[in-house]
Design a protein around this ligand. Structure first.
Ligand code: PSV
Ligand code: MN
Length: 394
């Protein structure tokens, strides 16, 4: 054991079980999104990046690099049809050669001309059927890729008051998603993602966690809620939403990213690391109190419009890992005591002490055990991979 780590362990409060914290970090898994490796932009401009992945295979190559550097990103989410291929077995085999698996399948219900008035909520049943068929096709893909998560973001909404009937749309959505849930195997889950606006600007059919969770509850155990950190109005207390969903057994997964204004899709922890820590604090406390694995799909959902993509992903993984490490170091017993006694300053100080802690020695220790570089981002930047893909992919 090196000196820095020994010193780190000695400085921890008595209530922290460091062996358990280390075990949790060794088992942490974060899924990266195929689309985070490809060119992306805003509605104003897409800035092409030399070396940006052009095919699903190149996206997997990049994801494999992230996994090689971090050791905790073994699966990749696909977006259909962005990642559409004739032969998904080939994708699975290619991923396996890279030590990766295919994770969540994301249907795309927002880029066809027919979806102008919505997809699953569209007033015309022919369009609803098209959207449903696309999801059913995604379930078939899941069956080939071995994916357990169908990740559904519904872009449906209206732009003007009176444009459509809220209740009729709600009913259409419920009816189609029942068919979707029936088509899923018992070990597959539908994760329902909400977002309060965009692309629709008057109303969104699944605007917040309450609507998503109400629907998931009606749909039964195969359906859960997905929390995308960028999908809330400013000032929303996301950690409270997370706590509620854990308590209801409805927290299905995350889309990690960071925002300053709306759905900015910036790299996780870049503008709000304390919020990320507070979210992990609820996850750790929830798992401890319930004494069970919460079975949450931890996924990143970012577009790296200006940052180099692979480096941005590694940077995000490091931020998430650090937030988790800090949350694992909260002295829970002391926190509970402070809460019982109404010691507000004491309780907050306990949280801040964990947040302010330098977890580098712990993460170095974990990375050594995972047999990955002790400083993944730095190692990546020195690896020459970025230059290589820029050269090879043009
Ligand atoms: C929508 O903003 C979203 O968060 C959904 O998860 C999409 O599938 C993803 O971004 C990619 O556009
Ligand atoms: Mn998302």
């Amino acid at each position: 054991m090196d000196q820095a780590y020994a010193h780190f362990e000695k400085s921890l409060p008595g209530g922290v079980d460091i062996a358990k914290a280390k075990e949790s970090l060794l088992n942490q898994k974060i899924e990266t999104p195929s689309w985070g490796y490809a060119d992306s932009g805003t509605r104003f401009q897409v800035f092409h990046q030399p070396g940006a992945a052009r095919t699903v295979f190149e996206k997997l190559d990049d994801a494999a690099m992230v996994h090689q550097m971090t050791g905790i990103t073994p699966s990749v989410a696909l977006h259909i049809p962005w990642d559409e291929v004739d032969d998904y077995e080939r994708v699975v085999d290619y991923a396996a050669e890279l030590d990766l698996t295919i994770g969540a399948i994301n249907p795309n219900l927002f880029q066809e001309p027919e979806y102008k008035l919505g997809s699953l909520c569209h007033p015309d049943k022919v369009v609803r059927r098209k959207a449903l068929d696309h999801i059913l096709e995604c379930i078939e893909i899941m069956n080939i890729t071995g994916s357990k998560v169908l990740s559904l973001w519904l872009a449906d909404g209206t732009n003007y008051p009176g444009q459509d009937d809220f209740r009729a749309r709600k009913k259409r959505l419920e009816d189609t998603l029942r068919i979707v849930c029936d088509a899923l195997a018992d070990d597959q889950r539908l994760l329902i993602e909400y977002k309060f606006f965009e692309p629709a600007f008057y109303h969104t059919d699944l605007a917040d966690w309450g609507m998503a969770t109400l629907l998931a509850t009606k749909l039964g155990p195969k359906a859960q809620t997905l929390v995308d950190l960028g999908h809330h109005p400013l000032g929303t207390n996301i950690e409270q939403i997370v706590a509620y969903l854990i308590d209801e057994g409805k927290l299905g997964g995350f889309h990690f990213n960071s925002k300053k204004y709306a759905d900015d899709d910036l790299t996780t922890g870049s503008t709000n690391p304390y919020e990320l820590f507070l979210i992990y604090n609820e996850l750790v406390a929830g798992a401890e109190d319930l004494q069970e694995d919460l079975n949450v799909a931890y996924m990143i959902d970012q577009s790296h419009n200006v940052k180099p993509k692979v480096a941005a992903m590694i940077q995000s993984v490091e931020s998430i890992q650090a937030a988790y490490a800090k949350a694992l170091l909260v002295d829970r017993q002391a926190l509970r005591e402070a809460q019982r006694e109404g010691d507000i300053i004491g309780a907050e100080t306990i949280l801040r002490a964990a947040y302010d802690r330098d977890v580098t020695p712990l993460l170095v220790n974990v990375r050594e055990e995972l047999q990955v570089p002790i400083a993944p981002l730095e190692a990546y930047r020195q690896s020459g991979y970025q230059e290589k893909i820029a050269r090879e992919r043009g």
